[in-house]
Unconditional design. Structure first.
Length: 484
């Protein structure tokens, strides 16, 4: 029954669909239907036009005289209602099948939608056996369920809304940086350095036995980048304001709801900084500008999340957008945690790294809005962080942005621009030779500078209220899983 031999074109015997349109125009229209995206068709601007739409069937309702379909092509959350004579019904017209429909756009009698397409012709382009198809008509599948089908989940409303939002947020981030005079740099994916020094590297080597003899393809060990920061620092020495936005890789053996082995990071680097506020301002402005654009351009898609995935989250987003992000020091954060009546699983002594449970508590404590934590213990931060030289409670000029529901969203710092201090730190870590080029940046026209990185998937989790990071990236990669 579901063989392609059955695919065919059904032409309505009833041509009454063009009633009221002059013969001559009808002839022209029929010959030249305009191809419309569903997002264009549903606006109602083209009422009366003879059009062709293409997409996938989201619902099929055969009635005695008429057949009702909803067709979606991914251009918007809305589907277009198609009304056809029941003569056009066919067993291959099923939920999930791909169709091309030609007909006339009419004002809809139903107030839910401004227009519907009165079909003359329905062509099943690709059939879909509804019994085998993992998604069922009228069912609202959970994010956990659809996650099992990374090759098909983009056909669901939740996943397609998410991907449109992701696309808009990407554009918004690029707009923000463009409007603020940043130059985009394509930092390399393959690198010979470990920027964060945390050892969470994926090594890069050619595959195949013919390469087994070779020591290293690049003559040095190479890795997938954990951060484009060091390459951005190179460029900030010529362009003052630079950014990069690309895939980043960490071999973290984690199954957590906020870690991936491959994630996208937005990183910016700014020269001639005077204080950490020069960085917090960029982080906050970028967050606001991006979120404003997403909320304005993807209203329906965002609503789907705020209504069905994380009810109540819209109020949190509105409050984030209204209030200025507070700033506390790490030492103040430790005081807040130690004064709390909550029992934490991890220690909260000065010098400890903040854990997710601490970050979430601090966000709640500060009014459930994003909060900057600055001046972390010097020993917790990588070699590049600027020494505050502030005595026994020795700190570095580093900053994290913690956000509701997620915890750490951004990590950044002023960079150590003083040649002497940086040389000593690299020598102590045994890295002075590896980073001789980095020291050169301090030898030739060194300026105070700093930057940060924002996890793009965590940003999406934060504004949409999505609990699991695997649900905000098209093809999640994490330990023991690399589907497709
Ligand atoms: O705090 P991180 O490690 O900072 C850096 O890599 C700096 N070199 C960035 C810079 O200053 N240019 O990572 C930045 C952000 C984190 O705050 C987090 O949001 C995200 O990247 N992140 C991850 N997101 C998903 N999965 C992971 N495994 C992540 N690790 C970090």
């Amino acid at each position: 029954m579901f063989q392609s031999a059955f695919r065919t074109i059904y032409v309505a015997s009833n041509t009454a669909v063009c009633r009221g349109i002059s013969l001559c125009f009808r002839h022209y229209c029929k010959k030249n239907p305009t191809k419309l995206r569903i997002s264009e068709a549903v606006t109602g601007a083209e009422v009366g036009a003879n059009v062709t739409v293409q997409g996938w069937v989201r619902s099929v309702r055969p009635q005695k005289a008429n057949l009702f379909l909803h067709v979606n092509d991914g251009s918007s959350l809305q589907s277009l209602q198609v009304v056809a004579s029941s003569e056009l019904n066919h067993p291959l017209l099923t939920f999930g099948s791909a169709v091309e429909v030609t007909g006339v756009l009419k004002k809809s009698p139903n107030r839910k939608q401004p227009v519907e397409l009165e079909a003359e012709k329905i062509h099943v382009v690709g059939e879909c056996n509804p019994v085998d198809f993992p998604f069922k008509i009228k069912e609202r599948h959970s994010l956990e369920y659809i996650r099992q089908f990374p090759h098909l989940r983009c056909r669901t409303n939740a996943s397609s809304s998410l991907l449109r939002i992701r696309s808009e947020a990407t554009a918004a981030i690029h707009s923000y940086f463009k409007e603020n005079g940043f130059v985009q740099i394509h930092t390399p994916v393959i690198t010979s350095n470990d920027c964060e020094g945390a050892g969470e590297l994926f090594q890069v080597e050619p595959s195949g036995p013919e390469n087994a003899e070779e020591e290293n393809f690049f003559s040095v060990p190479t890795f997938l980048t954990v951060s484009g920061q060091l390459h951005l620092e190179v460029m900030s020495g010529a362009f003052s304001r630079v950014y990069t936005f690309g895939p980043t890789f960490r071999a973290e053996n984690s199954q957590s709801r906020r870690h991936l082995a491959e994630f996208y990071m937005v990183e910016a680097e700014v020269s001639f900084t005077q204080s950490i506020e020069d960085l917090t301002k960029v982080m906050e402005d970028m967050f606001r500008a991006t979120t404003e654009q997403v909320l304005a351009q993807c209203e329906e898609d965002v609503d789907l999340f705020h209504k069905h995935v994380s009810p109540g989250h819209r109020a949190t987003v509105d409050s984030m957008m209204k209030k200025k992000f507070p700033v506390i020091t790490y030492s103040e954060a430790i005081d807040i945690l130690n004064r709390s009546s909550q029992k934490f699983a991890f220690p909260t002594d000065w010098g400890c790294d903040l854990q997710t449970e601490h970050e979430k508590y601090l966000v709640k404590h500060c009014g459930n809005v994003p909060v900057f934590v600055t001046d972390y213990p010097y020993d917790l931060k990588p070699f590049y962080a600027r020494d505050n030289r502030d005595g026994p409670a020795h700190t570095a000029a580093a900053v994290d942005l913690l956000v509701p529901g997620v915890g750490e969203l951004c990590g950044g710092s002023l960079r150590e621009e003083r040649l002497g201090l940086l040389t000593t730190r690299l020598e102590e870590a045994g890295l002075a030779d590896t980073y001789s080029w980095y020291l050169d940046l301090r030898r030739f026209g060194s300026v105070p500078h700093g930057g940060f990185g924002m996890g793009f998937e965590r940003y999406l989790q934060c504004i949409l209220g999505v609990d699991n990071i695997k649900d905000v990236i098209p093809f999640p990669r994490f330990s023991n899983s690399c589907l497709l």
